[in-house]
Design a protein around this ligand. Structure first.
Ligand code: ZN
Length: 205
């Protein structure tokens, strides 16, 4: 049996937001999706790191706020499949209430979305060559999710950093869940990567 290619992580973010491309070889997942109306910018950032958009099989929004999922429908039109957790469904139509006409936001349709439960996430990721799972990690919003890889990398979106979440028991419970799954390196949606257990330089969003 062939050993799967090692996991690589590249940040293609802009405007103070990280968009992580998680890859097993050329099998790629985008974690957090881009501001509305910024497809050209995302494409430019992908081109700069040599990642063809057509290699991105799925896009996952940690939550449906415009800096994290605003570009979802445009990416779907480019052939990227939108991975939606069941807990996120109700939040999708609400996101557009945070957009202004000048944002050029394209409404996310149900068409083509891949809707899964947390229990199904490991199988789907495994089919991509990515060992890990998606967890429910509320604390910033109720519908926030995190991707945790078996190598310890955790993509936590806007989950308030543990060191600053003393008044947020929901977030602290999410951190416990992440620790139980072996999270060691935290890849947030804003700011630099940090080792779990240490305080990042900023409390994040
Ligand atoms: Zn954010």
């Amino acid at each position: 049996m062939n050993t799967p290619p090692p996991i690589t992580v590249v940040n293609v973010g802009y405007r103070s937001t990280n968009y992580w491309v998680v890859s097993a070889g050329t099998s790629r997942l985008l974690v957090d999706i881009g501001w509305p109306g910024t497809l050209g910018t995302l494409k430019a950032h992908l081109a700069r790191v040599g990642i063809p958009l057509c290699e991105i099989r799925y896009a996952l929004a940690t939550h449906y706020h415009i800096d994290h999922a605003g570009l979802a429908e445009e990416l779907k039109r480019e052939g990227v499949q939108l991975l939606v957790l069941e807990v996120q469904l109700e939040a999708i139509p609400i996101m557009k209430t945070w957009t202004k006409p000048g944002d050029h936001y394209l409404d996310i349709t149900e068409h083509g979305n891949i809707i899964i439960s947390f229990e199904q996430s490991r199988l789907l990721l495994g089919q991509m060559g990515i060992a890990g799972e998606i967890l429910h990690t509320p604390g910033h919003t109720d519908h926030c999710v995190s991707l945790v890889l078996d190598n310890g990398f955790a993509f936590t979106g806007d989950l308030p950093a543990e060191a600053y979440a003393f008044d947020n028991p929901v977030a602290l419970a999410s951190w416990q869940r992440l620790r139980a799954k072996g999270a060691t390196s935290i890849y947030p949606a804003h700011g630099p990567v940090w080792p779990i257990g240490e305080a990042p330089s900023t409390p994040s969003s």
